[in-house]
Design a protein around this ligand. Structure first.
Ligand SMILES: NC(=O)c1ccc[n+]([C@@H]2O[C@H](COP(=O)([O-])OP(=O)(O)OC[C@H]3O[C@@H](n4cnc5c(N)ncnc54)[C@H](OP(=O)(O)O)[C@@H]3O)[C@@H](O)[C@H]2O)c1
Length: 237
């Protein structure tokens, strides 16, 4: 059954990886796509603002500029995220894990608050989470904590978007800069959970960003059928 037509969308983290794939796939469907990131989207889009999501004060003005004149977004994807270091908890630097919380969780607050304050109608909200939100494997450090917090952030905000299905969604493995980092930089002997990721590279278990983006877009209708606020792993949907 065909899903709802997406005419307008907002995608955070549109410069690379999954966010860029989503932007491309949505554009291919004819959607006007708005987005933000630090380095900018390499695709021509309806609106693109460069902003550092770690700089909380800069986000609201960026949203004002980005969505000037926009009354409705059929889809919002809170995708921007940082991995940080794979490390034990005792090695984790507090400043670094705070930055992960800022970008992966709290940056989404001024974004959603702007949508609410401006009364922009939103058809569906997806926050890109991770299996790391629940797996608790050794080494996932601040990233796991930030994604677990993101899941609860979504559950709480879902009450404030009563007309809008809102979910946190683990996309499964996607071959992006994050996986490039994991495949090259990390000591797999020390962090065994990473072995599976390295082995998945180049196989169907780790699609490229465009393929993974299309899988997410194809899942939106099934996601909407699940009670709002929930965390969903695309691999189990
Ligand atoms: N790849 C996977 O296997 C996988 C698995 C599960 C979940 N995820 C999640 O998927 C999402 C996308 O990740 P990806 O794999 O596509 O990695 P990626 O290629 O590194 O993309 C991350 C995106 O987030 C943006 N971003 C990061 N920090 C930012 C900041 N301070 N301000 C503004 N934008 C920022 C980046 O843009 P700039 O650098 O230009 O700012 C980029 O567009 C993340 O939430 C990640 O946790 C990925």
């Amino acid at each position: 059954m065909p899903g709802k037509l997406i005419r307008t969308a907002l995608v955070t983290g549109n410069s690379s990886g999954l966010g860029l794939g989503l932007t491309r796939m949505l554009k291919d469907q004819g959607a006007a796509v708005y987005g933000l990131s630090r380095s900018g989207c390499p695709e021509e889009t309806a609106g693109d603002i460069r902003v550092d999501l770690a700089d909380y004060a800069g986000i609201a003005p960026a949203m004002v500029q980005l969505l000037d004149g926009v009354e409705r977004l059929d889809l919002v994807v809170l995708n921007a995220g940082l991995l940080g270091q794979i490390q034990s908890m005792q090695e984790a630097d507090i400043a670094e894990v705070r930055q992960l919380m800022d970008v992966n969780v709290w940056a989404n607050k001024p974004i959603l608050d702007h949508l609410l304050a401006r009364g922009i109608e939103v058809g569906q909200i997806i926050a890109i989470s991770s299996g790391a939100a629940v797996s608790g494997n050794f080494g996932w450090s601040g990233y796991s904590i930030s994604k677990a917090a993101l899941n609860m952030f979504v559950q709480l905000y879902a009450h404030e978007f009563p007309e809008t299905p809102m979910h946190s969604l683990a996309p499964g493995l996607v071959d992006t800069a994050m996986q490039e980092f994991i495949s090259q930089e990390v000591d797999v002997e020390r962090f065994p959970a990473l072995k599976r990721l390295q082995e998945a590279r180049g196989t169907d278990a780790m699609p490229d960003n465009d393929t993974a983006a299309q899988m997410i877009l194809d899942s939106l209708e099934r996601v909407r059928a699940i009670p709002t606020g929930r965390f969903i792993d695309l691999r189990n949907l």
